[in-house]
Each structure stands twice: as structure tokens, then as C-alpha cells.
Design a binder for this molecule. Structure first.
Ligand code: RB5
Length: 145
């Protein structure tokens, strides 16, 4: 599975850790930056990563900023993207099973390295359940901006 990673300066260090974690697990990674600890605007990075998912170039995505909030807000403006901010594995798992989230976001100032890896393991191990959840996700997709 090809996964896009996007972060701002606050998420730069944690991104390197979780990218390595997923590469070790056999995932293919596309990193759209940022690539240095210089300040960068999280909306630009969120949009850049989200476009890779919306276009189908990447199946899923991981977003990291200070809290995970700003970068997920930006990504969720891109049609077809469902980015879930998760600070623990249970929500990460349910965001896949019930919400069919295709991007996960977390904050480098909120979660540590071990927890971030556990969140990603829960997210990528879970499958969308469809059924009644599919109808609800469809309703989200039909909300006009
Ligand atoms: C950057 O300082 C910080 O505002 C950003 O990383 C993020 O937390 C925004 O939601």
C-alpha cells in the first residue's frame, strides 16, 4: 500500500520515526514534506498530502503537525478526503472501521513516538465495515461546502 506523509515543522522529527516504522512494515511511502525544521504553513502541507489521496496516487495518508488539528482541517477541505485526528489507537481503529478514514492525523506535541506507532498500527490493521456505515460516509461526501 502506498501512503503519503505530510507534516509541518512541528511534526518533522516525529515524521521520520513513523515513516521508518511503516517502511519496516512493508508500506511504500511518498513524503511530500516538509524536509527541514524550518517553519512552514501546515495548510499547505495538509493540502499537498490530501491531493495525493484524492487523486488516487496514494491510497492513504498520514498528517503530523503540533496537534494534528490544523493540518487535518486543511486536508478535509479536499473533496474525497476523510482525515481523522487520533491521539490513541482505539479512535484510529474506529476511524477506519466506521468512518472509512483515508488519512490519519496526530500531533507531535501530543503523542510520543511509541504511541504514534501504535496509533498507525491500529489504523492500518483495521478495515472499513461498510453496511450502515457506508451510507453515513456517503452522507458526508454529499455535504456541499
Ligand atoms: C505550529 O506552531 C502549530 O500551530 C501547528 O503545528 C499545528 O499545531 C496547528 O494546528
Amino acid at each position: 500500500m502506498k501512503i503519503v506523509f505530510g507534516c509541518d515543522h512541528a511534526g518533522f522529527v516525529l515524521k521520520k520515526v513513523v515513516v521508518n516504522h511503516l517502511i519496516e512494515k512493508g508500506f511504500e511511502v511518498v513524503d511530500v514534506g516538509c524536509y527541514t525544521p524550518e517553519q512552514v504553513d501546515y495548510p499547505r502541507m495538509g493540502e499537498k498530502a490530501a491531493r495525493k489521496v484524492a487523486s488516487g496516487e496514494c491510497e492513504m495518508g498520514v498528517l503530523i503537525c503540533g496537534t494534528g488539528i490544523g493540518i487535518s482541517m486543511a486536508a478535509n477541505r479536499v473533496r474525497g478526503v476523510r482525515a481523522a485526528v487520533c491521539s490513541e489507537p482505539y479512535s484510529a481503529e474506529l476511524s477506519r472501521r466506521h468512518n472509512n478514514a483515508n488519512m490519519i492525523a496526530f500531533g507531535a506535541r501530543v503523542v510520543g513516538e511509541g504511541l504514534a506507532c501504535s496509533i498507525l498500527d491500529a489504523f492500518f490493521s483495521a478495515q472499513f465495515e461498510g453496511g450502515r456505515h457506508a451510507a453515513r460516509v456517503e452522507l458526508i461526501e454529499h455535504i456541499e461546502p
